[in-house]
Design a protein around this ligand. Structure first.
Ligand code: AMP
Ligand code: MG
Length: 491
């Protein structure tokens, strides 16, 4: 395989939108986890995996990874309020790569030390949040949800202070770019007071041109390339949120600075996969109003796209923006329905299939049942009798009987034989998802220097449909006191 090529198109093309900055060394850094499959896919030299070599690459000023490193400026709507004071406060864009298969990928170092956007904070990330981001991004990737990826986790002996003293860690992550909704919003709103909302500040024009040329070249052929680009972001965002809703994933902090223009899951904070199915669950303890509760994610996705669309006003008339935004809901619902029926082994989204899905969701709610376990329990049966025996687990057995009858007749109507049905169910309902109580156990072991639990959980999460990769401890539903752990934003 040819090696990766290093390029710096963002820093080179948009020098006024970044600040050149080098990572600040930490005390006793140690590479703990490397994503070997991803490392290989990116075409990075294997020799770089050596601890001293990698630390040299990260912390020497003129290495292949730091020669052109920058902090990117952005703003964002946080809990509905516009905040222009954001930017890479603890991360740097090391370099971009052209991978052996010609993908364009950012290498970003999170926890790299202070930058001009740190706002008096320490520029570090704690081990706890770094482990959570690593596990979550890999877990989502392996169940088919677009996301940034984790390439490498580095621990350190450097103390950092949050609610208590913790140790700093660094994460190298990858994404097609680190362009956020808030990047566009910032360069739109950063303008002389009183200027018309339909005029484009120079830096916004530069950013738009760069993004079109670099990331949305197919939009250049459209009558209005900016509209085509925005339409694409609307579509990928709608599909992403639909995937979260089907998978039972709560992002937790859908501020516009945490929304990627590539429609990928991005900037992991106090996220949670469901334990019990609670549609209005709030996983972020700092979210006092429940703005980002699970059931709000679809409408917040649209709210965020509206904020992004504002930055397109100088390039697209308002009626076209509105029309583009109007497509969001139907894209999301279509995707949601398709993926939801596929969790029951079905192909076709019929009214009767959707009624059957609604019955099952009702069964999961009253009383609340473990979301993932309830789906996975549909797998591994040899006949319908065996599936019907699950009724012993349900309180509302009348509804259970109605639901299973509706499912069986839908499977028949869609002409799916039982073996095919079972194969599909095992391929769409993971045996293992990331649970906060297991992540907590992994973190506590890692804080004591033991990464074996991390590796074990990661291997199950990386092969989540294959029964051979299942580890009972990580696959079972949690006991009552371990359910529904909510976390704060502190990381
Ligand atoms: P986040 O909560 O990670 O999405 O970050 C929100 C904003 O706060 C971004 O501009 C971050 O760069 C900044 N930030 C968060 N934590 C730190 C930190 N420890 N040091 C400096 N900046 C930070
Ligand atoms: Mg963020």
């Amino acid at each position: 395989m040819p090696p990766a090529q290093f390029v710096n198109t963002y820093a080179d093309t948009l020098p006024d939108l970044v600040t050149a900055i080098k990572p600040t060394a930490v005390y006793r850094p140690q590479v703990q986890i490397i994503n070997q499959a991803l490392w290989h896919e990116l075409g990075l030299p294997t020799a770089w995996q050596d601890n001293d070599t990698l630390m040299g690459l990260l912390f020497n000023r003129d290495s292949e990874l730091t020669k052109h490193s920058v902090a990117q400026k952005y703003g964002g709507h946080q809990f509905g309020q516009w905040n222009p004071q954001l930017g890479d406060g603890r991360g740097v864009l090391l370099t971009e790569l052209i991978t052996p298969d010609q993908q364009r990928i950012d290498l970003h170092l999170k926890g790299a030390g202070p930058t001009p956007y740190s706002r008096h904070a320490d520029g570090r990330a704690v081990l706890r949040s770094t482990i959570r981001e690593y596990l979550a991004s890999e877990a989502l990737h392996h169940i088919g949800i677009p996301t940034s990826r984790a390439l490498c986790l580095i621990s350190s002996a450097e103390p950092v202070y949050r609610e208590q003293q913790e140790s700093a860690a660094l994460l190298i992550r990858t994404a097609p770019s680190h362009l956020r909704f808030g990047t566009f919003e910032y360069f739109y709103h950063d303008r002389p007071a009183g200027s018309s909302p339909d005029t484009a500040p120079d830096k916004l024009t530069q950013l738009m041109n760069y993004t079109l040329n670099t990331h949305f070249p197919e939009a250049l052929a459209a009558d209005n390339p900016h509209l085509a680009m925005l339409t694409s972001v609307i579509s990928t965002t709608a599909q992403l949120v639909a995937k979260w809703q089907v998978a039972g994933f709560n992002h937790g902090v859908m501020n516009t600075d945490n929304m990627s223009i590539h429609g990928i899951t991005f900037d992991y904070g106090p996220f949670a996969f469901f334990d019990d199915f609670e549609p209005h669950y709030i996983c972020n303890k700092s979210d006092h109003q429940g703005r980002y509760r699970f059931s709000q994610q679809p409408s917040i996705g649209l709210w965020n796209l509206n904020a992004l669309a504002q930055a397109f006003r100088p390039f697209v008339d308002v009626a076209s923006l509105t029309d583009a935004l109007d497509q969001y809901e139907s894209i999301l619902i279509t995707q949601y329905h398709q993926l939801m029926v596929s969790r029951f082994g079905l192909n076709d989204v019929t009214d009767s299939a959707l009624a059957m899905v609604a019955m099952f969701m009702e069964l999961l709610q009253n009383p609340a049942r473990d979301y993932h376990h309830s789906f996975r329990q549909l797998c591994g049966h040899s006949d319908w009798q065996s599936i019907k025996a699950l009724r012993a687990e349900y309180v509302d057995i009348t509804l259970f009987d109605q639901w299973v009858a509706a499912w069986e007749s839908e499977v028949e109507a869609q002409q799916i034989d039982f073996a095919t049905l079972q194969a599909r169910l095992s391929g769409t309902n993971p045996h293992t998802v990331l649970r906060n109580h297991h992540a907590q156990a992994v973190i506590e072991a890692a804080q004591d220097g033991d990464y074996s639990l991390f590796n074990a959980y990661l291997s199950a999460l990386s092969d989540p449909y294959n029964e051979q990769s299942k580890i009972e401890r990580f696959a079972s539903a949690p006991v009552a006191q371990d359910k529904g752990i909510a976390l704060s934003c502190s990381s």
